[in-house]
Write a protein that binds this ligand. Structure first.
Ligand code: AMP
Ligand code: MG
Length: 490
């Protein structure tokens, strides 16, 4: 047997979750695979993490990202969590096919979890094989990196490898492993797990951990755990609004798939909407449309209510008072979501100021898209061209089943634009910086997966990956925060 020298990829892993009570995780090693082959390594992300990937050969990287060798200093573990799956509580889920190798400090001083997904059984695998199939690994790689390019908080993809082994799903499929990076993997379900275990001290330790890692400002609030709930709720409101702005449907917003950091987590049967329809559902198991496009804010609020229930005993020793305070926070979610949503919609529509009637116009715009089976992404992108000149109206009209409805919209839109002073160029520039030119469409992802699974052809994967990383805005984009609409003074 040859001795494998563990690669050193970073100066040191941080303590991470090791300081939490023992029931929060289980130490476990990956199960080795027979023939790891590298599909992709995200070198830019590796660099952000201050990981040294450049000095290793492809063979070493393949062995590393397959879990065949463990990097020096790593602390491999699976995290415990529970969760409501489609409304039904499961008291123990946990990382059944993922192993957290360690927590790294990135270049900007932020702690990032680095987790291998598809590395074999863990104590939380239940009846699962602990493995991942190639298709979902490629999907998560592409969509999570696209979300990042779209400036939406998300877990990232550091690497993908094939294992040389098959996994049994509906038939045999090639196995693969994804390495993902998250600002943490604490979920609403992590709190639910400790609440179900009736361990208030562990619950407090986890809440303190989340405060230290994600929301340090809440530590000094008069009621830190209420402030924590408020902060998590606010980030979710913004996150879901941003999903909606780009037509993203998460697909499985179970409480175990909602990260308290406010990052998009777990890209299962997720997709970007093509023609605008608020009832769009992508997951075949979501028969009742629980996680349909337009239900996402309600699903998030429902999940936050479950988080609030877990935090009640920390919020106030008097249960009635705790419920009263938490209810106020949960109810505020709708308002916060509506604010974030309208703020982003104004920019998509090229409205640089906030005026009465904007909400109604945004809704009218969307219902007209819906009635006319118009493509969501393409329509907004073409509207940016319409901001430059009426000569560009034709391409937007062409996407409507009844182009006269498009004409009426444009008349209303232009009369609203006349209340502002922006130049057409400036308006179009802002609109193009928030309305993507490219999104990962489901049929393109399916084609990538077919090529990889049927023909071992990864060229389409690399091509789509490059387009999404470099061209989503097809031009320069700007941080959204620079363009908060101002209310016009009377
Ligand atoms: P997901 O649907 O990926 O969010 O997973 C829900 C739960 O099922 C989590 O606890 C996963 O770890 C677990 N799980 C999903 N797939 C597998 C698998 N192939 N083997 C073991 N556990 C799995
Ligand atoms: Mg999950």
């Amino acid at each position: 047997m040859t001795t494998v020298v563990p690669p050193r990829v970073c100066a040191a892993f941080e303590a991470g979750y090791t300081g939490l009570p023992a029931l929060c995780f289980s130490r476990v090693l990956p199960t080795t695979v027979s023939d790891p082959q590298l599909i992709a390594v995200n070198r830019a992300l590796g660099d952000e993490l201050q990981w040294d990937l450049a000095t290793h050969t492809d063979a070493t990287l393949a062995a590393l990202f397959a879990g065949n060798v463990i990097p020096m200093g790593a602390n491999p573990m699976a995290l415990a969590y529970a969760g409501h799956q489609f409304g039904h509580f499961v008291p123990q889920l946990g990382d059944g096919r993922a192993i957290l190798m360690g927590v790294s400090l990135d270049r900007s001083g932020i702690h990032r979890d680095v987790q291998w997904k598809g590395t074999g059984p863990t104590p939380y695998s239940r009846n699962g094989d602990g493995r991942a199939a190639l298709g979902p690994v490629l999907r998560e790689y592409l969509v999570s990196e696209a979300m990042h390019a779209l400036h939406i908080p998300t877990t990232r993809a550091l690497a993908a490898v094939t294992t040389g082994e098959s996994v049994r799903r509906d038939g045999l499929l090639p196995g693969a492993i994804l390495t993902r990076v998250a600002s943490s993997h604490v979920r609403v379900g992590s709190f639910q797990y400790l609440a179900a275990q009736r361990d208030p001290e562990a619950l407090r330790a986890l809440a303190d951990y989340v405060i230290d890692r994600h929301y340090p400002a809440t530590r000094t609030a008069p009621q830190p755990y209420l402030a924590l709930l408020q902060a998590v709720s606010d980030r979710q409101a913004e996150l879901v609004a941003r999903w909606m702005h780009v037509g993203f449907i998460h697909g499985v917003m179970n409480t175990d798939n909602m990260a308290v950091s406010g990052e998009t987590l777990d890209f299962g049967p997720c997709a970007f909407m093509d023609s605008y329809d608020p009832d769009t559902v992508f997951s075949s198991i979501d028969r009742q449309g629980r996680y349909a496009y337009a239900n996402q804010p309600h699903a998030a609020q429902w999940n936050l209510t479950r988080l609030a229930e877990c935090l009640l005993s920390l919020i106030d020793a008097v249960p009635e008072r705790a419920v009263e305070h938490a209810t106020v926070v949960i109810e505020q979610f709708s308002e916060r979501f509506a604010e974030y949503w309208l703020q982003g919609m104004r920019l998509k529509l090229g409205l640089m100021t906030a005026l009465e009637g904007d909400l109604e116009f945004a809704q009218q715009f969307l219902t007209t898209l819906h009635r006319n089976h118009a493509d969501y992404t393409v329509s907004f992108r073409q509207l940016a061209a319409c901001a430059l000149s009426t000569n560009n109206d034709a391409s937007l009209r062409a996407g409507f089943t009844n182009p006269t409805e498009c004409d009426h919209l444009l008349v209303t839109w232009r009369s609203r634009l006349r209340l502002e002073t922006q130049s057409p160029d400036e308006r179009a520039r802002v609109m193009r910086s928030v309305n993507p030119a490219y999104i990962p469409r489901n049929h393109q992802i399916e084609a990538v997966i077919r090529a990889a699974v049927d023909r071992r052809d990864f060229e389409p994967f690399h091509t789509l990956s490059k387009v999404l990383a470099e061209l989503v805005w097809n031009g320069r984009s700007m941080p959204r925060s620079r363009y908060r609409p101002r209310r016009l003074s009377a």
